[in-house]
Design a protein around this ligand. Structure first.
Ligand code: IMP
Ligand code: MG
Length: 187
């Protein structure tokens, strides 16, 4: 059995109230920026973006569609993906001519999203941008343009609000920092 989260939580980094307030702001900003869109598609990256996606879309007043994509870095247990990404679930529809906004939980090295960007760009969307809840910018290895960032955070392993530790704790309504010494399989 996995431990109750209280046993591995060092501190709450962003509480639920701050999260929700910032997400409301992002939704407002996105609604203004895409007011003239001919077709807006939010693409959530599974599974981490699920909570963020469902909260964010409730604050976007422009009519839009959603789709989900599941990707994983190659090689389980190998820390720091080489940039090779495996597609576990592709989008269900084409994106040509659409304004595509990728919704992600966290950008770390940037390898995952940089691969996804290249792949989706080849499908000729009208525009392609990224909205990430968290940005661990100190760990960036590839340059990647982020149109919307919820919070810039320091380089520590976080969990909750979609982010997991070995697939658990995604349901927590806040972002927490894990205690030192907790062993994590970051694949
Ligand atoms: P990147 O390719 O290094 O940018 O990896 C991004 C992915 O790594 C995210 O989508 C998360 O699944 C995972 N990740 C990176 N940092 C954390 C963290 O602090 N907690 C949980 N997952 C993380
Ligand atoms: Mg992820």
């Amino acid at each position: 059995m996995p431990k109750p989260y209280q046993d591995i939580l060092k501190e709450v980094l962003i509480d639920g109230e701050r999260l929700q307030a910032r997400i409301a702001e992002l939704g407002k900003e996105i609604s203004q920026d895409y007011a003239e869109t001919e077709g807006l598609l939010l693409v959530g990256i599974l599974k981490g973006s699920v909570l963020f996606m469902t909260d964010l879309m409730r604050h976007i007043t422009v009519p839009h569609m959603i789709d989900m994509m599941d990707v994983s870095s190659y090689g389980k247990g190998v820390r720091r993906s080489s940039g090779e990404v495996r597609i576990l679930k592709d989008l269900s529809e084409g994106i040509e001519g659409l304004d595509v906004l990728i919704v992600e939980d966290i950008i770390d090295s940037g390898h995952t999203l940089s691969y996804v960007l290249r792949m989706l760009q080849a499908r000729l969307p009208a525009s392609l941008r990224i909205c990430t809840l968290l940005d661990k910018h100190q760990r960036r290895e590839v340059d990647i343009e982020l149109a919307y960032v919820g919070f810039a955070i320091p380089d520590s392993f976080v969990f909750g609000y979609g982010l997991d530790i070995d697939e658990y704790y995604r349901n927590l309504p806040f972002i927490g920092v894990v205690k030192d010494g907790v062993v994590i399989d970051e694949s």
